[in-house]
Write a protein that binds this ligand. Structure first.
Ligand code: AMP
Length: 468
């Protein structure tokens, strides 16, 4: 019996889980799923984003829905359109072997008539953003008066975004005897208020400690002069050639300006903020998810609900006003058990904020220094060399390999000559000083030459593979 079976999930869900490639339940799943399956209960689950909480409520929800009944039985509220679509997709994946379950996404910026039509066709589960949901209720396009389950996902985010009134109004439109499952990364007073007002003796589960940061994220800060902030960002990007990051700025203007400067300077970057149209934001997110963009420069509001796996770094180009916002930012990395780094570029006058954050997240920051030009050169060179070493050569370019091999052999000879020069014991020579200078000169030449050859080789191989 695998671990998911032990949680009490049925055959069709187990089959879908196999397709998803989940081997073991995450902590929040292990804690929440048996409780939610066992009885109809209210629940407050404190878990960071990226801990697998969608499945923690999604699996039991799918199992409990009556597929033969076309009425709306569950409502999932989520803070943003992106998260709403993501949850909808996940629920569809979970229920792919369960015949007759319909999941419909309801969010702003898309046709309300089309969404109403989809609901009319029979949607047992509606996943919605609060604003659009309220709108649909007001227009009588949806009936949630008989639902059995209501999930509030990222409740703290929804309240941060000012959805308190909408949430209260939507919940008031649902029956009292339903089960409410509230998921939140933190437990600020407003979330506790909602829980108190709308839930009856909820079971409480906690993954990690309340309001604390994720254990998979390490925190670093770099102290710089205010005028060097942008240069520091570039150095950090250079020092991490495989960076896949979200860079947070405080204002839309800064976000746009930083992204534009990065693009001008040859980095793979894009801006995400509220002044972009929905289509532009969707385009940026698509490129980011597809990894065509390495640095997504975003405002806090626009980046809410960004759940992209494998983000290696979160960069706080400027610190947020609220410490809790820092927690949300850093939660964009270190997801699904992977390790991540949250970097803060900070000036002397902002240093006290670091200690305030440390107290809340209950984790220490490591102070680091911006890497020097030489250190970056070394990192980039080694990265390039490794990239060439790891390049999988397509057999269709076999014909060109002897010629490439000749270049590489001559490179090795050059390198060996330099190597032997370096290893020669200068004190055995008469002209000790001259030999030392010569070695230094040759070493420099070696680095430049190796670098040039590496560059050309990587370009040639890339070109050949593309052409063929
Ligand atoms: P969530 O916190 O629900 O946004 O999940 C974060 C990521 O973890 C998503 O990409 C999920 O597909 C993935 N995930 C969720 N549960 C598991 C699991 N048990 N094993 C592996 N990956 C998982």
């Amino acid at each position: 019996m695998n671990k998911f079976e032990q949680l009490g999930l049925n055959e069709s869900l187990l089959k879908a889980i196999l397709d998803l490639g989940f081997e073991n339940p995450s902590e929040v799943q292990e804690k929440a799923i048996p409780l939610l399956l066992e009885k109809d209960t209210d629940m407050v689950a404190l878990a960071q984003t990226g801990t697998g909480k969608t499945a923690a409520f999604g699996f039991p929800l799918i199992q409990k829905i009556d597929a033969d009944n076309r009425n709306t039985q569950a409502l999932v509220l989520s803070p943003t359109r992106e998260l709403c679509l993501q949850i909808t997709n996940e629920l569809k994946n979970y229920s792919k072997y369960e015949k007759g379950i319909n999941v419909v996404a309801v969010y702003g910026g898309a046709s309300i008539t089309e969404q109403a039509r989809e609901i009319k066709r029979g949607a047992q589960i509606i996943v919605a953003t609060p604003g659009r949901m309220q709108d649909m209720i007001n227009r009588g396009l949806v009936n949630i008066k008989n639902i059995d389950y209501c999930v509030l996902d990222e409740a703290d985010e929804m309240l941060n975004m000012g959805f308190y009134e909408d949430i209260v109004s939507i919940l008031s439109d649902t029956p009292e005897e339903k089960s409410t499952w509230l998921f939140s990364a933190t437990m600020p007073a407003e979330v506790a208020r909602i829980a108190k007002q709308f839930m009856a003796e909820p079971l409480e589960i906690t993954v990690g400690t309340k309001n604390s940061g994720s254990a998979t994220v390490s925190h670093e800060f770099y102290l710089v002069n205010a005028r060097d902030r942008y240069e520091a960002l570039k150095r950090l990007a250079d020092a991490n050639p495989d960076i896949f990051s979200v860079v947070f700025c405080r204002t839309k203007r800064d976000t746009q300006a930083v992204a534009e400067k990065l693009i001008e300077d040859g980095y793979s970057a894009a801006a995400l903020h509220g002044d972009l149209s929905q289509a532009q934001r969707d385009g940026v997110m698509k490129s980011f998810r597809g990894r065509q963009i390495q640095m997504l420069v975003a405002t806090d509001v626009a980046a809410r609900g960004i759940d992209v796996d494998n983000v290696t770094h979160v960069v706080n180009y400027q610190l947020p006003d609220e410490v809790e916002t820092y927690n949300h930012r850093s939660g964009r990395t270190g997801r699904a058990g992977k390790l991540g780094t949250s970097i803060v570029i900070v000036t002397k006058s902002e240093l006290r904020k670091i200690s305030a954050i440390e107290r809340i997240i209950k984790q220490k920051f490591e102070e680091k220094t911006i890497p020097s030009g030489i250190e970056i050169c070394e990192i980039q060179l080694l990265h390039l060399a490794n990239k060439i070493k790891d390049t999988e050569v397509d057999h269709e370019i076999d014909n060109y390999l002897p010629a490439i091999g000749n270049i590489v052999r001559s490179l090795i000879t050059v390198a060996e000559i330099f190597e032997s020069c370096e290893n020669a014991k200068p004190w055995r020579r008469k002209k000790k000083k001259t030999a030392k200078y010569l070695i230094a000169y040759l070493s420099a030449l070696k680095v430049i030459k190796l670098f040039k050859i590496f560059c050309s080789l990587s370009i040639i191989i890339r070109k050949l593979t593309k052409i063929i």
